[in-house]
Design a protein around this ligand. Structure first.
Ligand code: NAP
Length: 290
């Protein structure tokens, strides 16, 4: 990644650092007032190496921010019923304030049923249908962490989506779809592109967009020449070799603002998870001590 010719970089690493500092201060304050530390339960099924690394990273960040993490490791042979029972027990445990079920859980498990076993007030990763509904209606609740992190980045750079044309490339349940819903809730005119979108239509949608969110999982998939001059380009993709979904160098020639990969959206995801965990603890402990 070289220095962009035109675009300003959106510094996700710096913003995430500040958010984690604020979150740590809130966690410490809550502990001082209530005697309890906010607690995130992480649940890992099986030993997928990437998942093991992600969970380890999330737990390490929690500890640094003064958030206790309780780790539950389940064997790859765990059934849907067993996983649901574990998540229900954590949902009912007053010492646990947030729950993260690491995706993927294994193909033999009904992941949706597992997600739904998480109590909405502890759904700090924003995976339940209840969280989704709240997000779509603009009601209070927890958002999916990567789209939530993207919105924080836009806010930090004074990008107001209202009245802007936004294109979201990708529509996964954890990223593309909620990113579009959050932009819509902020009054952007949103277009989704996905694997059924003809390539020419996708190019045309990107060419018109004031805000581009790339969430595909294909290296340099969004062509720089399609980026509208001055557009805001948010690259959530992360592909082998530290490469995003946007052809960075060419896109940076035309964009007004652009996220680097790494150091853009990635760090905001964990920072948002920590912030939402402390939000959850504040609500739960606040009620308990009121
Ligand atoms: P995913 O579940 O595989 O979804 C990919 C999406 O891209 C799908 O909606 C798919 O469409 C769409 N797509 C695939 N080929 C396409 C094409 N030719 N044209 C247009 N759309 C196409 O992936 P994900 O979990 O959303 O992740 C996407 C990327 O974000 C990955 O690089 C991942 O590593 C990264 N990511 C980053 C973070 C972070 O914290 N920074 C977090 C999560 C994910 P269909 O729905 O039609 O299949």
């Amino acid at each position: 990644m070289s220095t962009p010719a035109n675009a300003r970089l959106m510094d996700g690493s710096g913003l995430a650092r500040r958010l984690v500092e604020e979150t740590a201060a809130r966690a410490a304050d809550l502990t001082r007032r209530t005697g309890a530390r906010p607690c995130l339960a992480t649940v890992l099924v099986g030993e997928d190496p990437a998942s093991v690394t992600y969970v380890r990273m999330k737990r390490a960040r929690c500890e640094k921010a003064g958030i206790r993490s309780r780790h539950v490791e389940l064997p790859a042979t765990t059934t849907t019923e067993e996983l649901v029972a574990t998540l229900r027990a954590l949902s009912e445990d007053p010492d646990v304030h947030g729950i993260l079920l690491q995706h993927p859980v294994g193909r033999h498990i009904d992941e949706r049923a597992a997600f739904e076993a998480i109590a909405p007030e502890k759904d700090v990763d924003g995976v339940t249908t209840s969280s989704f509904a709240a997000m779509s209606f603009g009601l209070p609740g927890f958002v999916s962490c990567t789209p939530g992190g993207i919105m924080r980045l836009l806010d930090a750079y004074d990008v107001d989506p209202a009245g802007k044309r936004a294109v979201v490339v990708g529509r996964s349940a954890i990223l593309g779809k909620p990113a579009g819903m959050l932009l819509l809730a902020r009054n952007a005119t949103v277009t989704y592109c996905h694997s059924y979108t003809p390539a020419d239509d996708l190019s045309a949608a990107v060419r018109e967009a004031d805000i581009v969110v790339a969430a595909v999982g294909r290296a340099r998939f969004i062509k720089g020449e399609d980026v509208k001059p001055g557009a805001v380009v948010v690259d959530a993709g992360y592909n082998e070799g530290n490469v995003g979904d946007v052809d960075f160098d060419a896109a940076a020639e035309r964009a007004g603002l652009i996220t680097p990969v790494p150091g853009g959206v990635g760090p905001m995801t964990i920072a948002t998870l920590l912030a939402q965990t402390v939000d959850a603890a504040e609500r739960q402990l606040g009620t308990a001590t009121a």
